[in-house]
Design a protein around this ligand. Sequence first.
Ligand code: MG
Length: 120
Amino acid sequence: MKKRVMIVDDSRLVRVQLGDVLEGTDYEIVAYCRSGEDAIAQYDEINPDIVTMDIIMQGMDGLDASEHILRKHPDARIIMVSSLAYDDTFERAKAIGAKGFVDKPFHKEQLLKVFEQALS
Ligand SMILES: [Mg+2]
């Protein structure tokens, strides 16, 4: 059975790119969210195996949204996918309980590797 992925990103281009990269893999995208608020609202119902989470979005950012989701669902597997690759961002993501970090622009192999690690 395919693993169910929820994509959170305010960029339509990135959502399309992630969809393309996951096409034909063991993962299927079950939800697209455009904001942190949307992700929080949908997580309960969707209950995905993996979440890819953008950081910079209008309104609540991806770190705050992740913290919110992980407080309620400590076993959530959230992968930050962001160009905000700074040490303090890594540290905060880790402290919150994110399962991985993928830099933008992302590569398919790297993304799938981080997914596998998060699921193992
Ligand atoms: Mg963004």
